[in-house]
Write a protein that binds this ligand. Structure first.
Ligand SMILES: [Zn+2]
Length: 380
């Protein structure tokens, strides 16, 4: 674990018996994987909303968007009928919008999210654009070029290799496609054309729909790791409390997304200000003055306070600097401390420096807390 010399790292106040298998670096590696999976699902929700816009326009419902560094570069949906263009697949629409926006036909480092496995034409376009990664929802056994019918994306024989992940929200996408074709068969020849169908998502005159209000975070299904934490608590007959600063309730939201969480989640605090940390969770003012609110000792005090005040068996706390401002040489943006209080003691640890933007850092902190809890529950 990379801790600058002379600064706090691990802080074990008292922890009896066997230390849980809590390897901060491994936790962050897992957190990165979970964070990526969480982000993939959130972006795919947006692609599914675009697919819905295609269906509303009487086109086969496929939506796509291109993302780089957490920013949408371009998005689009399938519209060959309306555009009278056999190449107007969702992926091509998204690539064209992105290239126009960026002012470059090459889009390295970007990830394309699409609700159906790309066809050979789109796979070719993605390779031309030097897209780094493709995430798709439903596989296409008959025409998919990411391993189903042919593997153009992954082949090493072309001049660019694209990493791909399939099956993200596949059931949702497949259900949408089935419903579309069922309705079309039911409607017989009277297919609703684009002129008879109002865009459902507040589309502009000719631009793609505006999806700014799409509730991405809340539409993400429960994380398997959050459900696993719940199962472990339920097995032990124990309850959990959370104290969050930099993650602002995100950890509680992820935990309460698990059905039946009332059986093991006791309560949570968003102790954002220093005053809240002191008043709500009993962190001594002097401790914040001495170590800073983002420190191992305050993370431990937050966890201990949450456990004591809730009466729960376990409490987990997060305090960190998510940026973009507020970092120092000693505690740069991405510094997060994790506190854990349980039946066997209290401890806190500085996580390896988290990378990415504010959302990415917060998301990884949430995932790290879940991983640490799971490790502690297994070790306790
Ligand atoms: Zn295609």
């Amino acid at each position: 674990m990379a801790v600058p010399p002379g600064h706090q790292g691990d802080l074990i106040l008292r922890w009896q018996g066997r230390l849980p298998c809590w390897d901060a670096a491994a936790i962050v590696t897992e957190a990165d994987a979970w964070a990526e999976a969480l982000a993939d699902r959130a972006w795919m929700q947006r692609a599914l909303a675009l697919a819905a816009a295609a269906a509303a326009a009487g086109e086969v419902p496929v939506g796509a968007l291109l993302v780089r560094g957490g920013e949408v570069l371009g998005e689009g949906y399938n519209r060959p009928i309306a555009a009278q263009d056999p190449t107007a697949h969702a992926e091509v629409e998204a690539l064209r919008a992105a290239a126009r926006r960026v002012g470059n036909y090459r889009l390295p480092g970007s990830t394309l999210y699409v609700t159906l496995e790309p066809c050979p034409m789109c796979a070719g376009a993605l390779i031309q654009a030097r897209v780094a990664r493709v995430v798709f929802a439903a596989p296409d056994p008959r025409a998919g070029a990411a391993g189903s019918a042919i593997d153009l994306l992954g082949t090493g024989r072309l001049n660019h290799h694209i990493l791909y992940t399939g099956g993200v929200l596949a059931a949702e996408s497949a259900a949408r496609l089935r419903a579309f074709f069922r309705a079309r068969r039911g409607a017989g020849a009277g297919i609703a054309g684009p002129e008879t169908m109002a865009p459902s998502l507040g589309a502009g005159a000719d631009g793609p729909p505006t999806l700014a209000l799409e509730p991405l975070a809340t539409s993400v299904p429960p994380l398997p790791v959050a459900a696993a934490v719940g199962e472990a608590l339920l097995r032990a007959g124990q309850r959990l409390a959370v104290a969050e600063s930099c993650t602002g309730g995100w950890l509680a939201a992820v935990l309460t997304a698990v059905p039946g969480s009332s059986r093991w989640l006791e309560r949570g605090w968003v102790a954002y200000s220093n005053a809240a940390k002191c008043a709500d969770l009993g962190v001594p003012e002097g401790q914040i003055a001495a170590h800073g609110a983002v420190s191992a000792s305050v993370a431990a005090a937050l966890a201990a306070g949450a456990r004591a005040r809730s009466g729960a068996d376990w409490a987990v706390a997060l305090t960190g600097i998510a940026g973009p401002d507020g970092g120092t040489a000693e505690k740069p943006v991405g510094t997060v401390f994790l506190g854990l209080a349980g039946p066997v003691g209290v401890r806190a640890e500085r996580l390896p420096l988290l990378a990415g933007d504010r959302q990415a850092i917060r998301r990884q902190a949430v995932a790290a807390a879940l991983a640490a809890l799971l490790a502690a529950l297994a070790g306790g």
